[in-house]
Write a protein that binds this ligand. Structure first.
Ligand code: GSY
Length: 172
């Protein structure tokens, strides 16, 4: 198997985060490497947001961004490509919730529901993480999740509940 699915293009959304080193450069390089992959076409980028860390609180603030990509890869092949890009950018998985040069998560892959060890789509943190929902909503305000829940409703609920700070850092 080549990992390609007959060149059918699927729109996927990727969440990117960095809180070590030159955070902006890490995001930029990750996006360039994604776009250089023959099975990934980076279509649109959200603004960059500076966000308070979630999970392990005692670590530097993150820069987060969401990319809309058109892919000809299966979800598994997309994950494989992402893992090799993370490795190329020097990511070492030391602590589960700890600092990282780059983190790339598959948030959505078309309407697909995937639940396998190491790969869950929609991403398990999508519903409760403002650092994902805000940039995703900026790109796709009318998006409806595969279970029928509108993204805007999730975001409104999260905003009403308050939570860690998410501030626009750079407009794309
Ligand atoms: O899941 C992505 C890595 N990550 C982040 C992140 O990207 N942004 C913020 N604000 N907190 C985070 N905690 C983890 S783990």
């Amino acid at each position: 198997m080549s990992g390609r699915s007959e060149e059918r293009q699927v729109i996927a959304y990727l969440g990117l985060g960095a809180n070590v080193g030159d955070r902006e450069a890490n995001l930029r390089e990750a996006i360039a490497l994604l776009d250089a992959h023959p099975g990934i076409d980076v279509r649109r980028l959200s603004s960059v947001y500076e966000t308070e860390p979630v999970g392990l609180r005692d670590q530097p603030r993150f820069l987060n961004q969401v990319a809309e990509v058109a892919v000809t890869l299966t979800p598994e092949a997309l994950l494989e490509a992402i893992l090799s890009i993370e490795a190329a950018l020097g990511r070492i998985r030391r602590t589960r919730w700890g600092p990282r040069t780059i983190d790339i998560d598959i948030l959505l892959y078309g309407d697909a529901l995937v639940d396998r060890p190491g790969l869950r789509i929609p991403h398990s943190g999508l519903r409760e993480r403002a650092f994902v929902l805000l940039p995703l909503h900026e790109l796709a305000p009318d998006l409806v999740l595969p279970d029928g829940e509108p993204l805007a409703a999730l975001l409104a609920r999260l905003e009403a509940a308050g939570g860690p700070e998410v501030v626009k850092w750079q407009t794309c």
